[in-house]
Design a protein around this ligand. Structure first.
Ligand code: FCB
Length: 487
């Protein structure tokens, strides 16, 4: 989303104000990042297994083979969630655990894990939010061409049917994709994510097939789920800001908004690709043959909720005077930019602002403005913040505590942004902290800790950080506690 107009400058609601009634307090994880048990009960490699086992792709050669061992420790983890007071848990389903080749019947032992997890959550009074795809394509489907192949969209719809059949009676909220932008552009563009391909045209083809797959899956879910179930998709909408007032900077922001945001919100929420996106990328793909009759009608099947993930804003300018960096856009190091057309854009890290261990600039107002922008552009569509959080260097003290005041500060600022947006009329239904616990942070391996709960990977010991206690306090009050909460 491009920057908000000045008439929506933040209004001051009292800091102690309550969150809206029914506001959901959640935490999120993803299958490959936490489960481990990579070869158990019939699971086969996904593209992330292959990628992480390829030397040089992931920091320190880390893999998700064991991760946080959630597959075996889910009971203890749900007990932890209950202690924090979470009202919802967002997890993802591993496709190759459920359907190892990406085709054909389900492996019941794989589905059983999710049945057990969902039962445990319901027993604890925690509402499950299931994401069908958080980046872990079965390797066999990648070998057949992956997301740049249209066939993969049809396979995804079949897989959605299997999971809906198994969990549909007990999971009230469903998400097709987590951050399809990352799947398409980090997976097939810059190659910093699995499967590690660096083909800009393939990235755009992948984006279209993800839109199509989303729509096909929504159709399948609507068909199989009870009428009360809610469907959604989660997008990492970039809050794009031009660096200066120059028209060339505004044009750089427009380009990134097109290929970062509207490439998904267009087909999914409006039933059309934006004209400027088609023009900007016409030298890479022939959209007229890529998009077939009926695709846009399929992609735009209505959803009940839009999930928004936000970590940091995206500041861009035209690449003049050597300003900024064409490649350093915060998404990992590669000689290849994930952004088609990046030769027209330079990325900037706002100077003088605090940053997280990911080197991401901390800017809670970006979340406030993003929520206002999205709700204005898509009126009537309820929003959910499905990820927000921060990595910092956390250490367990000799007496077994983890003090993480910077994370508390981050959460306070961003939850306050959500509360202000709600007070200003945005229909935002909940907030999911990323992440419940430290986990495999993709190309960064285990070197970045995003959890509210610390994980000692040698022992799998869990230690709730001070931020987990602070978040628990927020949930109890249904309002923001002071920045340095109780322990
Ligand atoms: C998001 C991903 C999530 C995690 C956070 C830090 O882009 O969805 O899995 O890696 O970033």
């Amino acid at each position: 989303m491009t920057a908000v107009r000045p008439d929506t400058a933040p209004k001051q609601a009292p800091e102690t104000a309550q969150f809206p009634p029914g506001f959901v307090w959640g935490a999120a994880t993803a299958a490959y990042q936490v489960e481990g048990a990579a070869t158990e009960d019939g699971r086969t490699p996904s593209i992330w297994d292959t990628f992480s086992h390829t030397p040089g792709k992931v920091h320190n050669g880390d893999t998700g083979d064991v991760a946080a061992d959630h597959y075996h420790r889910y009971r203890d983890d749900v007990a932890l969630m209950k202690r924090i007071g979470l009202t919802a848990y967002r997890f993802s389903v591993s496709w190759s655990r459920v359907q190892p080749t990406g085709r054909g019947p389900a492996v019941e032992r794989g589905l059983d894990f999710y049945r057990r997890l969902v039962d445990e959550l319901l027993e604890a009074g925690i509402s499950p939010v299931a994401t069908l795809y958080h980046w872990d394509l079965p390797q066999e489907l990648e070998d057949a061409g992956g997301w740049p192949q249209r066939e993969t969209a049809e396979r995804f719809a079949d897989y959605a049917a299997l999971v809906a059949g198994a969990l549909g009676d007990r999971v009230p909220t469903w998400t097709t994709f987590n951050e399809p932008w990352c799947t398409a552009f980090l997976g097939y563009g810059s190659g910093v994510h699995a499967p590690g391909r660096t083909e800009p045209a393939a990235a755009l083809r992948a984006a279209h097939h993800l839109n199509l797959a989303h729509g096909r899956a929504i159709e399948v879910l609507r068909d199989r789920l009870p009428a009360t179930a809610r469907t959604s998709v989660t997008l990492n909408l970039h809050h794009v800001r031009p660096l200066g007032d120059a028209p060339a900077d505004a044009d750089a922001a427009r380009r990134i908004d097109a290929v970062g945001n509207r490439i998904f919100t267009g087909p999914m929420l409006r039933g059309a690709y934006p004209e400027d996106l088609l023009a900007d990328t016409a030298h890479l793909v022939d959209w007229s043959t890529l998009v077939r009759d009926g695709d846009l009608a399929a992609a735009s099947r209505p959803v009940d909720l839009l999930g928004v993930n936000y970590y940091t804003p995206t500041v861009v300018s035209a690449p003049v005077d050597g300003r900024g960096d064409a490649r350093d856009d915060g998404h990992g190091n590669s000689d290849h930019s994930p952004w088609p057309g990046s030769e027209h854009v330079a990325f900037h890290l706002a100077e003088g602002r605090k940053r997280t261990a990911m080197n991401w600039v901390i800017d809670p107002d970006g979340l406030y403005r993003l929520l206002l922008d999205v709700s204005r552009e898509h009126p009537g569509l309820p929003l959910m913040v499905t990820e927000n959080g921060a990595a910092f260097e956390d250490h367990v003290t000799p007496d077994g505590r983890v003090e993480d005041p910077e994370r508390i500060d981050y959460l306070h600022g961003h939850l306050d942004a959500v509360r202000r947006a709600a007070a200003d009329g945005v229909d935002v239904r909940g907030y999911f902290l990323w992440s419940l616990m430290d986990n495999f942070e993709w190309a960064y391996g285990y070197s970045k800790r995003f959890g509210a709960v610390h994980v000692d990977y040698a022992t799998q010991r869990r230690t709730p950080k001070a931020s987990a206690h602070w978040y628990a306090d927020a949930i109890r009050r249904h309002a923001l506690p002071p920045r340095t909460g109780p322990r």
